[in-house]
Design a protein around this ligand. Structure first.
Ligand code: NAD
Length: 358
């Protein structure tokens, strides 16, 4: 029987395909924008410049200052720059950091954001913003930060190195896994989650083997789009909480931490999430043990599989477990299996070692 549900669709405009960057000027015109600020990460000025060149006189400038987790001072500088340049919108080209900076500007100024993602993180599909101040990251939801248009051009991802492609792809899979057992899962979102996992699991080995394989890059981006839409539509639980805790407290790298932790959280939650397990079994080619299959996939992709190799000290395990478990009573934290510090400690220890999930 289909359980009762409420489904609220988010506005979504996606332009997808090899070469669609050429359609960016038309997308900007469609939104009535005349002076957009192009945002990218440091080291990717060439991409930012390429986007600005494509926009011609619609580009007010390029700001190559995006940083992970959007430090507040970076956001303030970017807001100031947008005001000085009299920008009427932003084009964020890059990963979650560049898109996050575009969102930080939109949050205060209402300037529309157009996103051109170059990783698989999925921020472009969500109305979730994040800002880090004094080492603490605040996040929230606001319709104004949801990009008005998203251009997925596989050509822009060919430079994403194999290791980062693998980790970022597993980060996307994590959104789908948690969406499948989310308290607010709905049939249509679960379909997107299952298909997103299937597409990424099928594409990532080819992406890692040959980063210029545009078919595989396209399928991976298609999967990332679906997984990002799942992230936007559902409430994430233990896995995302744990990665957030590890990233915030120990500064572990975002996508790599997701890649390591996911199989272990799934193994932990699987007994309490039979429908999610059934969907993942279908998505991953019939495996009865999706947690093990994701751990094996990470290994085949050369993604990190242990927190030890990410630089975490073993002594930090109990503290991180207690910290992650302490959020168990929060509204946005309804894990399918009750969360205890002892349970998280066990799974974190397994993730630290990097062996197969039990
Ligand atoms: P990122 O944007 O920091 O990119 C990771 C690295 O990849 C960077 O060094 C970047 O310069 C490089 N890179 C990006 N695209 C590249 C390309 N095509 N070729 C070569 N190098 C490339 O990291 P991310 O994993 O994409 O995003 C992580 C950030 O996004 C975190 O701050 C996370 O919290 C946030 N995020 C937010 C949401 C949301 O809904 N708000 C969703 C997912 C992630």
């Amino acid at each position: 029987m289909i359980p009762p549900f409420t489904y609220q669709a988010l506005p979504m405009r996606v332009v997808f395909g090899v070469g669609v960057l050429a359609e960016l000027p038309a997308e900007v015109d469609r939104l009535g924008l005349r002076r957009v600020l192009v945002i990218c990460s440091p080291g990717h000025e060439d991409t930012g410049r390429r986007v600005a060149d494509a926009l011609g006189d619609r580009a007010a400038g390029v700001l190559p200052e995006a940083r992970t987790h959007v430090p507040i001072e970076v956001a303030r500088r970017a807001r100031g720059r947008a005001a000085v340049l009299a920008a009427d919108g932003c084009v964020a080209v890059g990963g979650g950091s560049a898109i996050g900076l575009g969102k930080a500007i939109a949050l205060e100024s209402d300037l529309p954001v157009v996103a051109v993602p170059t990783t698989y993180a999925g921020s472009e599909m969500t109305p979730v913003w994040g800002l880090t101040e004094g080492g603490v990251k605040r996040t929230g939801r606001d319709a104004r930060v949801l990009p008005r248009s998203v251009l997925y051009d596989p050509e822009l991802t060919v430079g994403l190195p194999p290791a980062l492609s693998a980790a970022s792809g597993m980060n996307a899979v994590a959104h789908a896994v948690e969406g499948l057992y989310a308290p607010d899962a709905t049939p249509i979102v679960s379909l997107m989650a299952e298909e997103g996992v299937r597409a990424l699991a099928s594409a990532l080995p080819a992406v890692v083997a040959d980063g210029r394989d545009l078919d595989a890059r396209g399928e991976a981006q298609y999967g990332a789009w679906l997984c990002g839409a799942v992230l936007a539509a559902t409430t994430m639980s233990l896995h995302h909480r744990l990665c957030h805790t590890l990233g915030g407290a120990l500064d572990l790298p975002h996508a790599q931490t997701h890649a390591v932790v996911l199989p272990h959280v799934l193994a932990h939650n699987a007994p309490s999430a039979p429908q999610a397990v059934a969907a993942l079994t279908r998505a991953l080619g019939g495996t009865p043990d999706p947690a093990r299959a994701l751990w094996e996939l990470a290994g085949r992709l050369g993604a990190p599989r242990s927190l030890r190799e990410l630089g975490m000290a073993e002594e930090d395990v109990p503290r991180m477990a207690a910290l992650a478990a302490s959020g168990a009573g929060g509204d946005s934290y309804r894990n399918p299996r009750p969360v205890t510090a002892a349970g998280v400690d066990l799974l974190l220890r397994a993730a630290w070692t990097g062996g197969p999930p039990p």
